[in-house]
Design a binder for this molecule. Sequence first.
Ligand code: ZN
Length: 215
Amino acid sequence: MRKYTDDEMIARLERVGVIVHNTHVKLSNGCCTRTYANFVPGLVPREERSVLVSEAAALVQHSHSSAPVIVGAGCGSYYALQVADLLGLSFAYAERAEGGVFRFKREQTKLIANRNIVLFDDVLTTSTTLTKLGKLVKACGGMPTQGIVLLNRSQDSHVVPELDAEVPIHQLMERYYEMWPSEALCPECAKGNRPSPNIEGGERVFRQHGYRAQS
Ligand SMILES: [Zn+2]
């Protein structure tokens, strides 16, 4: 498969409405932005999804002696599971529990102990999710060795912070999109524009941009 550059990949995704511009939204980390990247599978046509999965799989680093386990969270799990399947690796799903913490179901915890772990997310904004996943993995006796995201939209995150050992972050696409840490600092909020509600509603965004959902 040909390798897409960041610009080519982002252009493709913009064409199908994955990266939605000019939409004032409040991100889950509390930041406001005018640019939202939505990787909900229903939004992303099959062909684009398979490109993302293949290229993400190419980022996974492991030696033959220690095949890692792929850990995914949220929407990123959809892609993480396919990456794991493509590479013949185990996958564990970190579900979001109350208070924004992540947890594994009991039987999945057994997959983690004494293994190298790839932390997988769809969009990196502030590394918070990868840090939480890394800490969860360590608490289960695993060793986080790599973070992978489809899009790194942060300004300078290339290592998962707050973990004892350095865990590099690799991404398919890297592009900084401006965001503001609070409504008080957001120029859209200052103009009295309310953030769009329910931006995760993939169908709604899809219709708004004139595309039909594909499976
Ligand atoms: Zn705002």
